[in-house]
Design a protein around this ligand. Structure first.
Ligand code: VG1
Ligand code: CO
Length: 544
């Protein structure tokens, strides 16, 4: 098979966002579009000749075609071996696991996460480095710079590879190994959690679990874990067959998009525990019977109970959360006497902290939780962590949360998203906030007084890298916060995210509806940002 060199011209829109490059499928289907980006990734790397690349995706529409193209470019570029999931399937956490286990040079993950899939929906591509985690900003910036100057790519001229059966074959100069996408990941989970104890809980018949894989990538993983290994009855996993269009749904595990699961957990005869994961398997939502656990609280509970879980029995080195995530985890860290790091949004910022052993658990308010076991957030890991805690404590999810709030106080939390708003108007809104920022400190809004206001900047404590403009924070003297940022994962217009948090130490006030508890801050957010005026919307698209 020959390697051919193809002349091309740059596309101006290949800047990776919070988590790789995400575009509508027809954008990716333009001639040379994917090829340019993949060649730009490889051109930005050094020292990969003869090395191993891990490759797979969440199975969404265009996954199979993209994998074939990437294999052929990898063959032409001098990689020695590609480990590809059978049928091109890999969850994001499983890719991270396999990169680490096989000491691969890096990996490519094909996914647009929770965004809908199909011929007119979203597709995405992301490069992960040798620690198994998302490429840090200096790598994504180098990739972007290359996309702006690229004038050719190299690709193997040959037939498509058969990825339907396990085994090894040669693709030109490249060795391709088609591997089971489940095995290494499940083995890792077995090494962290007390499967015997969780099996006692699930197989006893008294405790009922409902897991919704939302027709996305975790289906086979969840069935193998919960139904085959942990003894939960068949049917425990809903939406367990991955579909190219995710069944027409929106595999975003939150109260709005995972409403079928929410109806089950809030219905009559509800099971004890419910969980959902997203398109590529890195997010999770945790529900108890008639009870929703915010992702920020979930991180805090996992931190407070980590010693109940075999993999974390030795205790935590530290915890880390993204800036907009609530400060519930900070309170646990303070009691444990460990550090709590505050990073910009996006899992790539946790990588250095995990590599340096400064943090053990990490979390984001966007339904992401994870640990040093890999370098991505991990949906099913979070579910197993919760099950392990439940199997030891033998209390309901609600009891666990209520006790948690009694000890640490409750951080009321909510995020309001305004999706697909006009980009120019969204920028104008942010500018409007910027102009107010220097004058806000000391200003009173009803009973709230502004303590500080800034645009969050982060200095990585490990490599000293600085990331600016990561979200506008307005902090009040009572510890409440309002944060504004624009999403870096959308594919249509702009998405404004408004993050709201207040702290309530009084147990007698732990029973409020978060939207009520946060009503004062919601009004302040509107007053500061003039959301209605700039977006033309009178309410958020999604409230989580
Ligand atoms: C969103 C979330 C962020 C998360 C990112 C990728 O980014 O807010 O916390 O890390 O998605 O998650 P943004 O820029 O749209 O706010 V995933 O599951 O889509 O890889
Ligand atoms: Co995801």
């Amino acid at each position: 098979m020959d390697i051919k060199t193809v002349a091309t011209t740059p596309f101006s829109d290949q800047k990776p966002g919070t988590s790789g490059l995400r575009k509508k499928v027809p954008v990716f289907q333009q001639p040379h579009y994917l090829e340019n980006f993949v060649q730009s990734i490889f051109d930005s790397l050094q020292g990969y000749a003869g090395q191993t690349l891990v490759l797979g995706g969440d199975g969404r529409y265009f996954n199979r075609e993209a994998i074939q193209i990437i294999l052929k470019i990898a063959a032409a570029s001098g990689f020695g071996r590609v480990l590809v999931g059978k049928d091109g399937i890999f969850s994001t956490p499983a890719v991270s696991c396999v990169i680490r286990k096989t000491a691969a040079f890096g990996g490519i993950i094909l996914s647009a996460s929770h965004n809908p899939a199909g011929p007119h929906e979203d597709f995405g591509i992301k490069y992960n480095i040798g620690n198994g985690g998302p490429a840090p900003e200096k790598v994504t910036e180098a990739i972007y710079a290359r996309t702006k100057t690229i004038d050719h790519y190299q690709i193997l001229d040959g037939p498509d590879a058969d990825l339907g059966k396990l085994g090894t074959f040669e693709l030109g100069p490249l060795t391709v190994e088609v591997i089971d996408p489940l095995a290494d990941y499940i083995e890792l989970m077995e090494s962290l959690f007390d499967f015997g104890r969780i099996r006692d809980l699930l197989a006893g018949g008294e405790f009922r679990l409902c897991m919704d894989s939302m027709h996305a990538v975790t289906g086979p993983y969840a069935r193998a874990l919960f139904e085959d290994r942990l003894g939960a009855p068949a049917g425990t996993v809903r939406g367990g067959v991955p579909l190219e269009d995710f069944g027409g749904g929106h595999p975003d595990p939150n109260l709005v998009y995972a409403h079928e699961l929410v109806e089950i957990l809030f219905g009559e005869d509800a099971p004890d525990f419910g969980a959902a994961s997203d398109g590529d398997g890195d997010r999770n939502m945790i529900l108890g019977r008639h009870f929703f656990v915010t992702p920020s609280d979930s991180l805090a509970v996992l931190a407070a109970n980590a010693k109940l879980v075999p993999g974390y029995q030795a205790g935590l080195a530290g915890v880390a959360r993204s800036m907009p995530t609530s400060q519930a985890a900070d309170r646990v860290a303070a009691q444990l006497g460990i550090d709590c790091y505050e990073t910009p949004t996006g899992w790539k910022f946790f990588g250095n902290l995990l590599d340096a052993g400064k943090a053990t658990l990490c979390g984001e308010e966007s339904f992401g939780t994870g640990s040093g076991h890999i370098r991505e957030k991990d949906g099913l890991w979070a579910v197993l962590f919760w099950l392990n805690i439940l199997a030891v404590r033998r209390q309901s999810v609600e009891q666990i949360l209520r006790e948690h709030w009694q000890i640490y106080g409750r951080n009321y939390y909510s995020r309001h998203d305004y999706e697909a708003v006009d980009s120019t108007q969204a920028q104008a809104l942010i500018e409007h906030l910027h102009t107010q920022m220097p004058h806000l400190a000391g200003k009173a809004f009803g009973s709230y007084e502004v303590e500080y206001s800034d645009d969050f900047a982060y200095t990585d404590p490990v490599d000293g890298g600085v990331s600016k403009n990561q979200g506008i924070r307005v902090g009040f003297t009572d510890g409440s916060r309002v944060v504004f940022r624009l999403s870096g994962t959308g594919t249509q217009g702009a998405t404004l995210r408004v993050y709201l948090e207040s702290f309530e130490p009084n147990i007698a006030k732990h029973n409020q509806d978060p939207q009520q508890a946060l009503a004062g801050l919601i009004a302040i957010a509107e007053e500061l940002a003039q959301i209605r005026k700039f977006t033309g919307r009178d309410k958020p698209t999604v409230i989580t």
